[in-house]
Design a protein around this ligand. Sequence first.
Ligand code: APR
Length: 313
Amino acid sequence: MSKVTVIGAGNVGATCANVLAMRKIASEVVLIDIKEGLSEGKMLDIYQTSTLVGFDTKVTGVTNDYAATANSDVVVITSGVPRKPGMTREELIGVNAGIVKAVMGEALKHSPGAIYLIVANPMDTMTYLALKSSGLPAARVFGMGGQLDSSRFRCYLAKALGASMSDVDGMVIGGHGDTTMIPLVEKASYRGVPVCKFASAEVLGNVVADTMVGGATLTGLLGTSAWYAPGAAAASVVEAIVFDQKKVIPSCVSLDGQYGQKDICIGVPTVIGRGGAERVIEMELSADEKAKFEASAAAVRKTNDVLKEIGAL
Ligand code: APR
């Protein structure tokens, strides 16, 4: 029995709500948006699939009515503008900081005990903002980016290897940006065997490059940012929380000395369960991975600094 609120009934939020219902991850899903009627319409549409796909999840759509979100176990924040072709995620900060801070404040009043999952971009900085402005413990505010980037990485790897995606394992850590994410190709494996045994450095280099611009490629094709994989990735993190799965998911979490970093939210492998981001897994990084992680953290900090410049923190 879990109640999940999704804030933002746009492409990503509505997809997330749909997957949460269809896969019976939550017993109740509330979708909320600022646009009059949008959430109500999307949830009515999703409700009308219930006999077709088979779920009993209670689905509710509301316009700005936070009372309806009360006592949620998990709140997913997708509200904010998506990028257009040619834009970076970082360019969204001005608009999205105001939105994320406002909706976080409203949701918190009604669900003080919830776990907050941040999806709006630039996600690492929005997570930092949500954590700092809410004053919640670090385990209860974290961001979804690594789950999506890792899924893209595994897809490109599986394709390059001609393998089943479920046989290919790989993680993406670092920031959730085109230039800040770090697909850990040296650690990726095909049924436990390093992928470098099956593909050339050139092929793997292309896999890494394709992963890093995975979102931008879709933005170019679609004219706006992607939603099926982002929505499903967010729902899968919610699943790990509500079913206390203790899954290791690369997540954007607040670091307190791990990986040599403090006072930053950035993607690292994290045990996700009922307590939220329960534990950071510290892996040995190679010299190259370490250098990339440090550069990624420096870039994320630079974007975080903008929060102060625009008065959001
Ligand atoms: N309160 C509630 N909803 C809001 C608010 C607000 N203050 N401000 C904006 N929204 C809603 C919009 O009305 C819109 O329905 O957020 C929704 C965003 O939906 P889309 O424009 O379709 O954007 P989407 O593709 O879903 O991306 C949302 O997730 O992946 C990230 O980069 C992406 O930051 C973007 C976010």
